[in-house]
Design a binder for this molecule. Structure first.
Ligand code: F6R
Length: 615
């Protein structure tokens, strides 16, 4: 989605804005631009396509002012073009906007009637017109913003400057995130921490309908009526080095390799590593608000809501919680859940999963559950993100910054957390013996080193990727806990390699998809040795007999499986429940190498954005 950066301070705004926009590239965009003060006027430079084109245009531009705003645009209203790129400028006002102004048609009509001339096809430009109309009478940017804020409907985060007030920057939002970073005598405002961290880790997240007023070196937080609000800065312990490629060709590959550490960092706060047992404090004692004294023995149902890869991780919660805790678990796609009038019970504990913590549908689902009054536990990677702030209890993936648009380490960290959560709930509900607890805790603690060993498939996939690029279709299959991994494997290939791929529950093949199978179809079979192994092998044989080429993932040296497969990948023997954590890694590597071989942009696949802040 779009990215915003604003700067007020002693440095060259051009440098801060360009480095900020570079840090936001991973969110996905199709054009970019900046407006920076120079000789008392806002000078705007914009370019379609990659940031490099903007940088090229800015090479010979100098600015003497210390105020500027910048934007990476991901087109919603109006095609990707320089004309539609932000900032939008009207008579000395300049704005950058993320989100969608839902009542733009009506607002634009009124402006047109008043004689406004629009130069772009965007919904965003009208905000510049509205503010411009107001500053004519208020002669003050903040007052103008407070006047127009009630007119805007939809999702927006906006930063605006006015050349008549060269030391003022105003930011406001409803929906997409906006963060103010407090440096020494300087402020960086951005839609994402990554753009702020090189300058400061002291931040304030704006809440909806709050207005940040930065004037000279003062900061004021206001509500939409203009009343001053108290605020506290938070300190974020991520650093900007974590957001570098660290010697890898792509962020995604780096993040795949970071997974053993990410999983360890996710689970350690919830475990006692000396006694090999669960540390229940994180679940029992960290609830807030109405659920401060929650009695988790009363939970009768678990609901999981998320989107995309986070949803697939959430699917595993159903297998693990139902088998260990023996209560029903429902897993829902947030965009479906929010519009289907779901039945919500008070004794339902809801898990809301989101790497970014900002996905619009997931946030809306959280708010819907909140209205019903039930307890909500969030699992996020970005601390202080909207979902993290609005939940009643917060768990963290602790995976570190995830830059690659295709989620990898957040997926494995989430699975590990959900496993620990299922054990913790089982223990609280007296469904887990101490022996079972010790065995499972030891097993999950051993997973990072097993995950290290499967990273070795990197060179295998680098070698065979050119063969895989010729394949017409990919079918990923698995049963039980392997089924969500089949879905995730197929998603990774779709989003990176732009190849058709499907994930299927292997037992479903006879109900239709078997008709797809011929010698142009590659079947990727997840066949680790567990109680469903024999059934999985029969499904594999059905596909093989019909001519499919097989890549199989099994446990250890399995001669039979090898003999049925074109390629056999031996996974280490791990605790049965935990195979998903090792078997997804080869699938990520497969998608990565096929995409690289095809020359695709692995870190920023076409049409996709990292943080989906509009529905
Ligand atoms: C796929 C991917 C997406 C996200 C989805 C939800 O690789 O990354 O499917 O998982 O957009 O994002 P979060 O977890 O930030 O809510």
């Amino acid at each position: 989605m779009c990215g915003i950066v604003g700067y007020l301070g002693p440095r060259q705004p051009k440098d801060v804005l360009v480095s900020g926009l570079r840090a936001l590239e991973y969110r996905g965009y199709d054009s970019s631009g900046v407006a920076i003060l120079d000789q008392g006027k806002l000078k705007r430079v914009r370019a379609q396509g990659k940031l490099i084109h903007l940088v090229e245009k800015l090479k010979n531009e100098n600015f003497d002012g210390h105020l500027g705003i910048g934007h990476t645009r991901w087109a919603t209203h109006g095609k990707p073009s320089e004309r539609n790129a932000h900032p939008h400028c009207v008579g000395g006002i300049s704005i950058v906007h993320n989100g969608i102004i839902e009542n733009y048609a009506e607002l634009k009509l009124n402006l047109l009637k008043g004689g406004a001339v629009f130069e772009s096809e965007t919904d965003s430009e009208l905000v510049a017109h509205l503010i411009h109309n107001e500053v004519k009478s208020t002669q003050d940017l903040l007052q103008a913003v407070l006047k127009i804020l009630p007119l805007l409907k939809g999702a927006f985060s906006i930063v605006t400057v006015w050349e008549e007030q060269p030391e003022t920057l105003v930011a406001f939002k409803n929906g997409p995130p906006l963060i103010v970073g407090f440096g020494t005598d300087e402020f960086v405002v951005a839609s994402d921490l990554q753009a702020i961290l090189p300058y400061t880790n002291k931040i304030v997240y704006l809440d909806d309908f709050q207005v940040a007023y930065i004037h000279q070196s003062q900061f004021q937080l206001l509500d939409q009526k203009g009343h001053t609000l108290e605020f506290q800065t938070a300190s974020i312990d991520w650093n900007s080095e974590q957001a570098q490629k660290g010697g890898f060709d792509h962020y995604m590959l780096k993040e795949i390799f970071e997974q053993p550490r990410a999983v360890a960092n996710a689970i350690l706060p919830h475990l006692d590593t000396e006694k090999f047992c669960l540390n229940l404090n994180s679940l029992k004692q960290s609830w807030t608000g109405a659920f401060k004294d929650i009695d988790l023995t009363q939970v009768e149902r678990v609901l999981v809501v998320a989107c995309g890869t986070s949803y697939y991780a959430g699917m595993l919660a159903k297998y693990w919680i139902e088998s260990k805790v023996r209560i029903p678990v429902e897993v829902d796609i947030a965009s479906e859940f929010r519009y289907r009038n779901p039945v919500l019970f008070l004794k339902t504990l809801t898990l809301v999963i989101s790497q970014s913590g900002e996905t619009a549908d997931t946030l809306a689902a959280l708010r819907l559950v909140k209205e019903s009054g039930g307890p909500i536990l969030s699992i996020c990677n970005v601390p202080n993100s909207s979902i993290d702030r609005e939940a009643h209890c917060r768990w963290y993936m602790n995976a570190g910054v995830e830059i690659g648009v295709a989620s990898t380490k957040a997926f494995t960290a989430t699975m590990a957390l959900l496993y620990v959560f299922s054990l913790a709930l089982a223990k609280i509900k007296m469904k887990l013996s101490s022996e079972q607890e010790q065995e499972a805790v030891k097993a999950i603690l051993g997973m990072p080193s097993h995950m290290e060993t499967v990273l070795a498939f990197d060179s295998f996939f680098a070698e065979v990727a050119h063969i895989l690029t010729a394949v017409r279709g990919f079918l990923y299959m698995g049963r039980g806990i392997h089924y969500p991994i089949a879905l995730e494997g197929a998603l990774k290939l779709k989003e990176l390699a732009y190849r058709h791929a499907e994930g299927y529950a292997a037992g479903e093949m006879k109900h239709g998809p078997l008709a797809l199978i011929d010698s142009d179809m590659l079947v990727i079979m997840l066949a680790a040795s567990d109680e469903l192994y024999e059934k999985t092998i029969s499904n594999l044989e059905e596909a093989k007999t019909r001519g499919a080429k097989i890549v199989s993932l099994g446990t250890g040296e399995n001669e039979h499986l090898k003999s049925l497969s074109e390629h056999y990948l031996a996974l280490p023997k791990v605790y049965q429940d935990l195979y998903p954590l090792v078997e997804v890694i080869p699938l990520q590597l497969l998608a990565y190498h096929v995409a690289v071989t095809l020359g695709n942009d692995v870190d920023q696949p076409r049409n996709l954005a990292k943080s989906v802040t509009v529905e």
